[in-house]
Design a protein around this ligand. Structure first.
Ligand code: UD1
Length: 347
């Protein structure tokens, strides 16, 4: 745990889904100053009220586009002792990235490069990067470890994460006092257990769990299960779902890890998953069981770009970060539903 200090941790995408949960954990577990940078491209300022209602603390946000280097440099001029950056802000829709590859390459890579230039300018030495299990592509053997070689990226989104990792790895080689942790998220789901903060994208959700909760709340039509003829135990795809607060907790631990020089190398890479592979039908059953809702769904065609099954070997993160995911699938579903009911009480 951090001792009393006045250092600032900069969180990009602080109003977003994982960013906001990480800010909550930072405020509750450490005494760092936290500064968010978010231009609300897929979030709203109301998130900061939610963070305040949970933590009792107000967060300052800079509404700056990370692709605008001059604006970023100017906005950060007066920050007190900036010590680390946790970089969440990025576009993350796999489908959109297939349709708008240049938008994805531009946004996700230029923002990262600008932040590294800023780190150099303001002597910020600790950097945590949101990567994704999508960097692995369609792998041959499961579970994946951090050493599993990358297959071809299945989407431009996944490719931006592969390139982002490479940029950081090469940057560290050129700058040995700079330290980075690349966190490969599997499928973050659920909401803060209070039900007061959760996932809320501006557009119709593409991801499974927000689609389930919004469908159960009567906001969206019945869920379509994308394929039941895969070579898995019930024919639907397998993923490693992990509670968003467990992901958030790993960021706090990763920051402490590099700040306290516990790294073996200046670049560390960790899978953040529970290690459990779960099918789409199993997610639906868990949701129905814990919420006592009946979910209307139908089976449809496979979704282009879906990998069949992937789940993590998370031993390295457990050993090195002293991290342990605390929530199971039931807690993920229950918290997601609590959040849904909070924002749109069922009619
Ligand atoms: C993917 C990436 C993940 C990335 C995330 C960002 C992989 C393996 N994972 O997650 O790294 O962070 O996008 O958005 O590439 N499903 C349905 N019906 C729906 C929605 C989803 O059946 O309406 C199924 C999908 O086919 C999939 C599972 O639910 O099997 C999870 O899908 P989703 O929540 O979209 O996440 P991924 O695509 O796995």
């Amino acid at each position: 745990m951090a001792t009393k200090n006045t250092s600032t941790i900069i969180v990009t995408g602080g109003a977003g889904y994982i960013g906001s949960h990480t800010i909550i954990e930072l405020l509750q577990q450490t005494d760092y100053e936290v500064l968010s940078i978010d231009n609300f491209s897929n979030s709203t300022p109301a998130t900061f009220d939610r963070i305040e209602s949970i933590t009792g603390k107000q967060i300052k946000n800079l509404n700056v586009d990370l692709c605008n280097y001059e604006a970023l440099e100017h906005a950060l001029e007066k920050v007190k002792n900036p010590m680390g950056i946790i970089h969440f802000a990025a576009f993350k829709s796999v489908g959109d990235s297939v349709n708008m590859p240049l938008t994805y390459y531009h946004n996700n890579l230029e923002s990262l490069i600008n932040l590294l230039k800023i780190s150099e300018k303001y002597a910020i030495k600790n950097f945590i990067f949101s990567s994704s299990c999508s960097v692995y592509g369609n792998v041959e053997s499961l579970p994946v470890t951090e050493d599993t070689p990358f297959a071809k990226a299945e989407s431009p989104y996944a490719h931006t994460k592969q390139i982002g990792e490479d940029i950081l790895i090469n940057y560290v080689k050129s700058n040995p006092t700079f330290k980075t942790v690349l966190l490969r998220y599997f499928n973050p789901v659920g909401a803060h257990n209070s039900g007061l903060n959760g996932e809320l994208s501006k557009d119709k959700p593409n991801n499974l769990v927000p689609f389930i909760t919004q469908s159960a709340a009567g906001i969206l039509p019945p869920l379509t299960v994308f394929g039941d003829d895969y070579d898995t135990r019930d024919g639907s795809c397998i993923r490693d779902y992990i509670h968003v607060s467990d992901i958030a907790d790993a960021h706090v631990k990763a920051m402490e890890y590099i700040v306290n020089n516990k790294q073996k190398n200046n670049t560390s890479i960790f899978n953040l998953g529970t290690g459990n592979g779960v099918t789409v039908f199993e997610v639906i059953k868990a949701f129905e069981k814990v919420t006592e809702q009946t979910l209307n769904y139908k089976v449809g065609a496979r979704r282009p770009g879906d990998v069949i099954k992937i789940y993590a070997n998370n031993n390295l993160a457990k050993q090195e970060l002293q991290w342990e995911p605390k929530n199971g699938l039931d807690e993920m579903m229950l918290s997601a539903w609590k959040w849904q009911v909070n924002i749109s009480p069922k009619k």
